[in-house]
Design a protein. Structure first.
Length: 344
C-alpha cells in the first residue's frame, strides 16, 4: 500500500507523476504572471488604470521658438504671466469674430462644421490635417511643444482654430488629461490659473473646446468662473458632449457666451464604413436642423474619409462651414445663431 512499509519489498515509494504535473502547472502560472507584470511595467498605457501623462512644454519663446503672439492681433492681446492672453478690443471686437474664417452669412444651404482635434503632438498627423480644406476647423492641444508654430502654419492654411482645454473626467485619476487639467477638487483661483496657462500658449484662435470633462462639465460651481472668463475674453466654446448631464450650454446661455454643441463623434468606429456612415448621419442632422457639427481625431483613415467626403457636399446641396458660422449667442433680445441668420 502506498504510504507504508512492506517487509517483503522494503520501503514504499510514492508515485512522482502527479506531483511533477502540479509543479509544472505552478511554474507555468508563475511564468505567465511574471510576463504580465513585465508587460504592464513596459507598457503602462495598456493597463486598466490608465494615466495620460503629458509633459509640460518648455516656456514660450525658449530655444528660438515662434513668438506666440505672432498669429494674433495686437488689439486683442494683453500680457499674461504665462503668455499673451486674448481680450476684447477697445472697439468691442472679439477674438471669436476677428479670427473667424470668412463665411457668407447669406448662405442658405445646410451647414456642416468638421472639427479635427488633438493636433500639435504628432507632426505627421498635424501636417496631414492642415492639408484638409480650409473650411475644416482644427483644434490644438495646449501641451504641444511647438504650438505657436503650428498655429501660424494652420492659419496660413486658412483654417479656423480652437484650443482644447483639459477637464476632469469621471474616472480621474485613472484617466488623467494632463498637468493643467481643470478639476472639481481645486479652488476657482487654481482652475483659473490653469485656464490662463492654456490661453497663453498661443494666439489667433477663436475659442476653446473641452478635452474629456465628463465630471467637470457637470459641476456648476467649478464651471461658472471658467465660462465667465471665456465670455470676458471674447472667445467661443465648442462642447463635445463629454457627459449627457453636462451644463456647459445652459451656463453659456447664462453668460451670453457664443457656443456650439457637437452632434456626432464621426470616428468612434475607426473603419472606413463606420466613418462614412457617421458622416452620412451628420448630413441628415444638418438637413433637419439647418446645421450640424462633427468632431474627430487626426487618424489617417479619418483624414482620408473627411477629405473625400468634403468633395461630395456641393453635389448634395450642403456646405462645409467653420465652427464660428454655427455658434449660438443668447442676448437680451433673444437667441441668435449664425445658422438661423441664413433663414431670416
Amino acid at each position: 500500500m502506498y504510504g507504508g512499509d512492506d517487509p517483503a519489498i522494503g520501503p514504499a515509494r510514492r508515485p512522482l507523476g502527479p506531483w511533477l504535473s502540479i509543479a509544472a502547472i505552478l511554474l507555468f502560472v508563475l511564468a505567465i504572471l511574471g510576463g504580465i507584470a513585465i508587460w504592464m511595467t513596459a507598457f503602462p498605457h495598456h493597463g486598466r488604470m490608465t494615466r495620460v501623462e503629458m509633459k509640460i512644454p518648455p516656456p514660450l519663446g525658449a530655444g528660438g521658438a515662434v513668438d506666440p503672439s505672432k498669429a494674433g492681433n495686437a488689439a486683442l492681446l494683453e500680457h499674461g504671466a504665462t503668455g499673451p492672453l486674448p481680450k476684447v478690443a477697445s472697439d468691442g471686437r472679439a477674438a471669436w469674430q476677428v479670427y473667424a474664417r470668412p463665411f457668407d452669412r447669406s448662405e442658405r444651404r445646410p451647414r456642416i462644421a468638421i472639427v479635427i482635434s488633438g493636433l500639435g503632438q504628432s507632426a505627421a498627423e498635424t501636417d496631414a490635417a492642415i492639408k484638409l480644406p480650409g473650411q475644416v476647423t482644427l483644434a490644438f492641444s495646449p501641451y504641444s511643444p511647438d504650438l505657436p508654430a503650428w498655429i501660424e502654419k494652420a492659419r496660413a492654411g486658412q483654417h479656423e482654430l480652437l484650443l482644447t482645454v483639459p477637464m476632469e473626467p469621471a474616472d480621474f485619476p485613472q484617466e488623467d488629461p494632463g498637468p493643467y487639467t481643470l478639476l472639481t477638487s481645486l479652488t476657482p483661483k487654481q482652475n483659473l490659473d490653469r485656464l490662463e496657462w492654456v490661453l497663453g500658449r498661443a494666439s489667433g484662435y477663436v475659442g476653446l473646446t473641452n478635452y474629456m470633462g465628463s465630471r467637470f462639465t457637470t459641476a456648476p460651481d467649478s464651471l461658472r468662473p471658467i465660462i465667465e472668463v471665456l465670455k470676458g475674453r471674447g472667445l467661443l466654446l465648442l462642447e463635445t458632449r463629454a457627459s449627457s448631464q453636462s451644463i456647459l450650454a445652459p451656463l453659456a446661455d447664462e453668460f451670453s457666451l457664443p457656443h456650439a454643441v457637437n452632434d456626432r463623434d464621426f470616428d468612434s468606429d475607426l473603419s472606413r464604413a463606420g466613418i462614412d456612415k457617421a458622416l452620412s448621419e451628420l448630413e441628415q442632422v444638418a438637413r433637419q436642423k439647418g446645421s450640424a457639427i462633427g468632431t474627430g481625431s487626426a487618424y489617417p483613415v479619418t483624414l482620408d474619409r473627411v477629405a473625400l467626403w468634403a468633395d461630395t457636399l456641393a453635389g448634395k446641396d450642403l456646405i462645409l462651414a467653420p465652427v464660428s458660422a454655427l455658434v449660438v449667442e443668447k442676448s437680451e433680445t433673444g437667441d441668435k445663431s449664425a445658422a438661423k441668420e441664413a433663414a431670416q
